[in-house]
Design a protein around this ligand. Structure first.
Ligand code: ZN
Length: 136
């Protein structure tokens, strides 16, 4: 993730954070995997706890996939775990990205110990270790 992308995220969301960064990472990975068109060729269904910091993942997903609340191609369904479903609306193909309860706790721990910036850097450096891609 480039510094420019992080700056864009900060100006959109108001601050950086580990769940925002995680949303950016998994969105990019999902579009790549599905070869889906950013903005108009993707639908995203986010199951996650409906409050910050966890729900900040939704803004990372909007930034990375171009699916937005206003276009109605992203939705949040309250849940204890985090599972994000991505659908390529051109092909109908879909995948899930699974984030374990342990990972959620890890990110919250980093946030407490390292703050917004530090926890964001940790997420970026761990990358794909933090989620699991599952095909439907
Ligand atoms: Zn946030």
């Amino acid at each position: 993730m480039s510094e420019d992308e992080l700056e864009l995220a900060r100006s959109f969301h108001g601050h950086l954070g580990p769940f925002l960064a995680l949303g950016m990472l998994i969105g990019v990975r999902a579009l790549e995997f599905l070869r889906a068109r950013k903005y108009f060729g993707v639908k995203v269904v986010v199951r996650c706890p409906p409050n910050p910091p966890q729900s900040c993942i939704v803004d990372g997903l909007q930034l990375s996939t171009g699916a937005t609340y206003g276009k109605r191609n992203i939705e949040l369904i309250p849940s204890d775990d985090i599972v994000v479903e991505f659908i390529n609306t051109d092909t109908g193909e879909g995948i899930h990205m699974l984030i374990s309860g342990d990972t959620i706790e890890k990110l919250k721990g980093w946030l407490n110990e390292l703050g917004d910036e530090g926890a964001t850097r940790m997420v970026i450096s761990c990358g794909e270790e933090l989620f699991e891609l599952a095909q439907r």
